[in-house]
Design a protein around this ligand. Sequence first.
Ligand SMILES: CC(C)(COP(=O)(O)OP(=O)(O)OC[C@H]1O[C@@H](n2cnc3c(N)ncnc32)[C@H](O)[C@@H]1OP(=O)(O)O)[C@@H](O)C(=O)NCCC(=O)NCCS
Length: 143
Amino acid sequence: MQILPASLKQAAQLARLEASQPLAAGWGEDGFKGEIPLPCAVVLTAQEGNEPAGFICARYAVDAAEIVNLAVHPLFTRQGIGKKLLQAVLQRLKALGVTSVTLEVNEANAPAIHLYTRAGFSVLDRRKAFYGQQDALLMGVNL
Ligand SMILES: CC(C)(COP(=O)(O)OP(=O)(O)OC[C@H]1O[C@@H](n2cnc3c(N)ncnc32)[C@H](O)[C@@H]1OP(=O)(O)O)[C@@H](O)C(=O)NCCC(=O)NCCS
């Protein structure tokens, strides 16, 4: 498994992968086509042969960044891929001069919260009923 920058021609594959995980951001193919070329975007894939098994997307401006989308295909979860993607994007963002990274996560999304907490993120704030009945947790880490 290799972590690589996404290319525009992977937009359809990434959209299919994203659709396999309802808690991902739901961008669809057009969303990935718009995101991948952005100068402020970092989009990484975990490649298993020709197929992406997971992806992570962040946007940054000067010294601050946000993780905006993340998914690992259900066939590949719990094998450390989410952790590798998160570590790789944080490393890349640090190299770009970013010193703080935030994200929003549904309070009911235990796997993602566990992953972020293990990577050093802590809860900074709570947005009430951001996801219907559930709150969003704003989490952050300093690099
Ligand atoms: C969250 C997600 C990316 C995790 O990917 P993954 O490849 O399974 O994660 P890893 O295997 O690297 O696991 C990382 C940690 O989370 C834990 N974890 C993963 N899935 C878990 C689950 N279902 N329940 C409890 N803990 C879980 C692992 O045990 C591991 O913990 P450890 O470091 O203490 O051993 C994946 O479940 C996913 O795509 N979820 C749907 C989309 C989503 O929620 N995106 C984030 C929106 S904010």
